[in-house]
Design a protein around this ligand. Structure first.
Ligand code: IMP
Length: 441
């Protein structure tokens, strides 16, 4: 199978963890390409729940797992994750975990700067406070410290000493805080340096070699398209390239090597953190979906904001990422609803628009235009094939497929591996083809 990118089509938390877990059964290698421990990918195996923040979930299947150069790594958090997984019986060694020497590391001052800047802002982003944004800022400002520097204690000391000059003068002069002590950080990070010395390598060459040998490589996106630093609802975004193109940038693999892109979208929409969200339901109406879908952040525990499926946003994601197909997750969460809405356009300045606008002010000002579909009011959590789904559930999926102009290849009806429907040649697929590759909007 060709190299495949799995990417979130909404604002993150689409259920990528489950989709990646399913596909990783056949994969040889799973690669994370951006973000850091702000992500939380949940996988249910039997009755046990695993939440991954940095390590690809494929590690459970003992596949080769890679943290690419585009990832930012908090070494303490990564070590904790490794220990936690090992305590659950997962084997993690230098033979199945490889960390890019070019991945930047999250330092204690990144977390502090993030906290201070969020507290000062009049309109907060609502970040996860893991120091991810400031770590990427240092990377772009060319003052960051990489995993390759970390494992070479001498370089770590030199770079940190230099960086702390600026960091401490900002902290003391601008924020009126105490500065960081070089020795204290070094003492902690030298422990990490020893721990990671066997894991750090030139991962671009490992991944390219695997692709050249015809191995099945999966690229695991974190967050979602609408949180992409360029194409999301800026500035309410994360600081990395969450889109499929990020897989190349964040791993050192050329675009010609990528064979397929699968978008993952929930059957409704959620968002955690601040920022515009056109189809957000009123506070009381969100509750039913939040309770049934257990919509609480896997990293921060914050309640997720909930709303209807936004076909305009997902169609935009299909364009930006070039989806070959869609995986629709959590369809079962809508089981009890008598009526379900899909957003098919937006009302903006007395005009209906069908494309996702780029400016945050525009997104805030628009009103979603909905189409209403009848619910199926039936428990679908045990259904194993597309044909057996209730007719109204099939109508809903078909409508999504048409509006997003993308065929649906996977439908998830519950958290377990077994609660997955592979849609081989669905009605939705042929309907998309019949429309000549265009949506009917
Ligand atoms: P940051 O990535 O911590 O800088 O947070 C920036 C925005 O992205 C905030 O709105 C976060 O809530 C959101 N965010 C970051 N990681 C995730 C994720 O894994 N799922 C959903 N939202 C996320």
């Amino acid at each position: 199978m060709s190299a495949t990118v799995i990417v979130g089509a909404q604002w993150g938390d689409e259920g990528k963890g489950k989709v990646i877990d399913l596909l990783s059964e056949k994969a040889d290698m799973i690669v994370r390409y951006q973000g850091g421990n702000n992500a939380g990918h949940t996988v249910m195996i039997g009755n046990e729940q695993f939440i991954f923040h940095l390590i690809p979930s494929g590690i459970i299947r003992n596949k080769e797992c890679i943290l690419g150069s585009g990832v930012v790594i908090d070494p303490r958090s990564l070590i904790e994750e490794i220990h936690l997984l090992r305590s659950k019986g997962v084997s993690i060694t230098q033979r199945n975990l490889f960390v890019s020497r070019d991945a930047h590391i999250v330092m204690p001052y990144h977390k502090l700067f993030e906290q201070l800047s969020e507290e000062r802002k009049s309109s907060r982003i609502g970040t996860t406070r893991k120091g991810i944004g400031p770590a990427y800022v240092d990377k772009m400002a060319r003052v960051g410290i990489k995993m390759g520097d970390l494992i070479n204690g001498k370089i770590l000391k030199e770079k940190l000493k230099e960086r702390l000059k600026d960091v401490n003068s900002l902290l003391t002069r601008i924020y009126g805080k105490r500065g960081f002590k070089l020795d204290e950080i070094l003492k902690e990070y030298m422990r990490y340096s020893r721990f990671f010395s066997d894991y750090v390598s030139d991962t671009s060459s490992i991944i390219n070699a695997a692709i050249a040998k015809g191995k099945f490589v999966l690229f695991e996106g974190a967050q979602g398209t609408m949180l992409d630093v360029d194409f999301g609802t800026y500035p309410y975004v994360t600081s990395s390239h969450t889109i499929a193109g990020g897989a190349c940038i964040g791993t050192g693999v050329g675009p010609t090597k990528i064979g397929k892109v699968i978008g993952v979208a929930k059957a409704y929409t959620t968002r955690v953190g601040d920022g515009p969200f056109p189809t957000e339901l009123s506070v009381t109406k969100q509750e039913a979906i939040r309770m049934k879908g257990k919509e609480y952040g896997a990293t921060t525990g914050r309640p997720r904001r909930c709303g209807w499926f936004d076909a305009v946003a997902v169609r935009y994601a299909a364009r930006i990422n070039g989806f070959d197909s869609l995986a629709i997750t959590k369809l079962d969460v809508l089981d009890d609803l008598p009526m379900i809405k899909i957003c098919t356009g937006y009302l903006y300045k007395n005009r209906i628009i069908r494309d996702f606008p780029t400016g945050t002010d525009e997104v805030r000002a628009l009103k979603p235009v909905y189409e209403e579909l009848k619910g199926w009011r039936q428990d679908i959590t045990d259904i194993k094939n597309y044909r057996s789904l209730p007719i109204n559930a099939k109508k809903y999926l078909k409508r999504i497929s048409l509006l997003v102009n993308t065929r649906i290849s996977i439908v998830s009806v519950g958290p377990r591996r077994s609660q997955t429907i592979n849609v081989a040649n669905s009605v939705a697929t042929s309907a998309t083809r019949r429309s000549g590759g265009r949506s009917d909007e």
